[in-house]
Design a protein around this ligand. Structure first.
Ligand code: THU
Length: 131
């Protein structure tokens, strides 16, 4: 099963009764483990968590620290990329990894994180602070 197929599988668990916009994510760890994530919405809309952050938080919580690639699946003709908040967390935890986008209609595209988040804010800036 490819990482993209895992993301499509993860999407089946999405809890999105408000937006009805189902998203799945699959995160490949350096030990070969694949972690699934889906979006989880709340009646208090702002508490919603995206599929990508679900997968990242699950992985970190399971002790994973090094990631090889991330795949995201949604059923949109124009492929769904990670939102801004997710881009920041992917950068934090994964650096410049490949990001595979897919829909359910056989369309796929691959990016690297730095294409999606140019000029990122990261830990080296904290270390560089003079204050
Ligand atoms: N969503 C994700 O899970 N990932 C994305 O990359 C874009 C947006 C979710 C959040 C919300 O549950 C729904 O899609 C609509 O924004």
């Amino acid at each position: 099963m490819t990482l993209t197929e895992h993301a499509i599988e993860a999407r089946k668990n999405a809890y999105a009764p408000y937006s009805k916009f189902l998203v799945g994510c699959a995160l490949e760890c350096d030990d070969g483990t694949i972690i699934h994530g889906c979006n989880v919405e709340s009646a208090s809309y702002g508490l919603t968590i995206c599929a990508e952050r679900t997968a990242l938080v699950k992985a970190i919580s399971d002790g994973k620290r090094i990631f090889k690639a991330i795949a995201i699946a949604a059923d949109t003709d124009q492929l769904t990329p990670p939102c801004g908040a997710c881009r920041q967390l992917i950068w934090e935890l994964c650096g410049d990894i490949p990001v595979l986008l897919t829909n359910l209609r056989g369309k796929g595209e691959q990016f690297h994180m730095l294409e999606l988040l140019p000029s990122p804010f990261g830990r080296e800036l904290l270390e560089d602070s003079l204050g």
